[in-house]
Design a binder for this molecule. Structure first.
Ligand SMILES: [Zn+2]
Length: 265
């Protein structure tokens, strides 16, 4: 699933392209994937895109009285076709038409969606998300370690209500960088380890954004990211060269290096 760096890459690309333009229509071959009552927006003269933001793992297109939340599901892509671009070869899952004939194409959005929420509903959805590690540099793990000491480190990082935007890949990478075992309980971390983990979360996310995200995903132009995980999805650890271990953590298959992440509760 695209995580914070992949969505941030898309949002940074989309912002200069989309702000100030109007949404004039859409096509879809999966009607449940989109809820965009354009007649209502048109009647109120509110089709112009005011801003593009990221909330957790979603891109949010702001339309003044409502927000269009784009969630790319498990493997989704958001692509931009400038005015005059040839029509896409395959049928896109959802195609959002901008004025001048430009198009935003959502592809492969299995379990994803584009949903318009009015301002109150949008704010309520945003309020369910936890701390954004890039927007709030203060270490939220300090407070969580006191309040929820029994939670495992990886589970905390992946819980969107606690830390927004981090999923399976970047939780593995952050724990590997901090040299902490994913199953360590938050309450068992020393103050130094708590600081190390939060710094590692912010570092891996920032580095991946610099790379345009993980190589599995693309930017709006279809260019793949260049971030290479050091432990996630690998047979050998990129730091020590030893074999990695794949283990289930809360129903997800996470990776760790038993040499680099030896410490355990
Ligand atoms: Zn290692």
């Amino acid at each position: 699933m695209p995580e914070l760096p992949e969505i941030e890459t898309i949002v940074r690309g989309l912002r200069p392209i989309a702000v100030g333009r109007r949404i004039v229509g859409y096509d879809t071959r999966q009607p449940k994937a989109i809820n965009l009552p354009l007649d209502e927006l048109r009647a109120r003269g509110r089709q112009e895109i005011q801003a593009v933001d990221r909330r957790g793992k979603s891109a949010v297109i702001r339309l003044q009285i409502a927000d269009l939340w784009l969630h790319l599901g498990l493997q989704g892509q958001l692509l931009y076709d400038p005015p005059g671009a040839p029509p896409p070869t395959g049928e896109p899952m959802v195609s959002i038409l901008l004025e001048d004939g430009a198009r935003l194409r959502l592809e492969r959005i299995f379990m994803g969606h584009a949903h318009l929420l009015d301002s109150a509903a949008s704010a309520a959805r945003a309020a369910k998300l936890g701390v954004d590690p890039l927007e709030l540099p203060d270490n939220c793990l300090r407070g969580l370690a006191a309040k929820k000491p029994g939670l495992g480190c990886k589970a905390v990082l992946m819980d969107q209500a606690l830390v927004a935007g981090v999923g399976n890949v970047y939780s593995d990478e952050a724990l590997h960088r901090a040299r902490l075992h994913p199953a360590r309980k938050l309450g068992s971390l020393s103050p130094d380890e708590v600081e190390r983990l939060w710094a590692a979360v912010r570092e891996v996310l920032s580095e991946s954004i610099e790379c345009g995200g993980d190589e599995t995903y693309t930017d709006l132009a279809g260019r793949a990211g260049t971030f290479t995980p050091r432990v996630h999805g690998r047979k050998d650890c990129a730091t020590c060269g030893g074999p990695t271990l794949r283990q289930a953590f809360g129903g997800r298959g996470g990776y760790l290096c038993p040499t680099c992440q030896l410490t355990r509760e």
